[in-house]
Design a protein around this ligand. Structure first.
Ligand SMILES: [Zn+2]
Length: 356
């Protein structure tokens, strides 16, 4: 299990420059927005580069923050706003998973609140420790890789960039120097407390439940549930409008989403994107993954086991286009992002089948 995990992570680092990743970056919003979910509960959606969503849960005694986002400047802005909302201390930051756009702001919170406890699933802490310290070096490599894509007009896999994609790459590159400058001045801070299954906290008239519902986006995805307010903070198990599938465990992810949908909730905070007010998108994600897994398995059953094939042998037999309209509507950019995602999903499913 651990070896498979490592393999998956190495892959994730290698595919940072994929088209699916580029689409995900380009889909980011230009403005930071804040949404009040209940009295004392807020979701912050960061501007592009800022990182994944942050959720702030304020109790009578303490504050609990879900995900510390990526850029130190974005985390500082969030803390300044929390201090306007309440004079209670942030006692807990929970990192939903190891991807650094959800936890690189940890150090900023630790500096602002020295008594802070940073919580993560045990697998997430292990992965953060492995990959967090290399963040600056990877960002520098990314910048170099994007520049090379622009110079050659191709992805590292040799796929020609469209004009739209070239514009996306230029946008990403233009923002890189400021990002690198910020990262140079800050050290990575890992989790200080780990858990394996679940636990509950009382912040003072505010119950917070932290759950591990199974693997999905990573090996240690944590979900935060507020039973009274019927709010679920899902991390990147749920990313809207196009899921994030740089790596992950699609077969188990289907069941994990099913477990998530069983929580009594009417507000779902995705890892990226606006707040969702019902479970329909969670079911859509589950159905997309199930369709990919079923189709790949059917092909392997009728041909030969995955170990004797490559992903390109099975790709043509998997058709996810019936889902395109449901994810992308009539938006051509979203449709392109969906197609990039589909290709990535088939690859993940095939690799998961190969490892069995
Ligand atoms: Zn993310």
């Amino acid at each position: 299990m651990q070896m498979r995990n490592r393999f998956s992570l190495r892959k994730s680092v290698r595919t940072l420059l994929s088209l699916a990743c580029l689409s995900a970056i380009a889909l980011g919003q230009s403005q930071r927005t804040v949404t009040k979910l209940a009295e004392g509960v807020y979701e912050i959606e960061h501007a592009r580069n800022g990182g994944g969503n942050t959720t702030v849960i304020i109790g009578d005694r303490q504050v609990f923050v879900v995900d510390s986002c990526f850029l130190p400047s974005a985390a500082r802005e969030d803390i300044a706003q929390i201090r306007q909302w309440t004079n209670k201390p942030v006692s807990f930051v929970l990192n939903t998973h190891f991807h650094n756009d959800h936890n690189f702001g940890n150090r900023v919170y630790m500096d602002a609140y020295p008594a802070l406890t940073i919580i993560a699933h045990v697998e997430t802490k292990a992965d953060m420790d492995r990959f967090g310290p290399g963040t600056l070096v990877r960002e520098e490599k990314d910048a170099y890789g994007f520049q090379k894509m622009l110079d050659t007009g191709k992805t590292p896999d040799g796929v020609a960039l469209t004009e739209d994609q070239k514009t996306e790459v230029k946008t990403v590159l233009a923002e890189k120097p400021a990002v690198l400058e910020e990262l140079k001045n800050i050290k990575f801070q890992s989790a200080t407390l780990t858990f394996e299954h679940d636990f509950a906290l009382d912040l003072g008239n505010r119950e917070v439940q932290v759950k591990f519902l199974g693997r999905g986006n990573t090996a240690g995805d944590a979900v935060v549930y507020l039973p009274k307010e019927k709010i679920v903070v899902a991390g990147d198990l749920v990313v809207y409008p196009i899921p994030n599938m740089i790596d992950g465990y699609p077969v188990e992810w289907i069941q994990t989403l099913q477990n998530l949908a069983q929580l009594d909730a009417d507000t779902i905070v995705p890892g990226h994107g606006p707040v969702l007010h019902d479970k329909s998108y969670v079911y859509l994600l589950r159905d997309l993954m199930k369709s990919a897994v079923d189709q790949v398995n059917e092909t392997l059953k009728q041909t030969s086991p995955a170990m004797f094939q490559t992903v390109n042998d099975v790709r043509g037999t998997v058709d996810l286009t019936p889902f395109r309209q449901r994810f992308a509507g009539n938006d051509p950019d979203l449709a392109t992002a969906f197609d990039d995602l589909s290709a990535q999903l088939v690859k993940l499913v095939f690799e998961e089948a190969s490892s069995r």
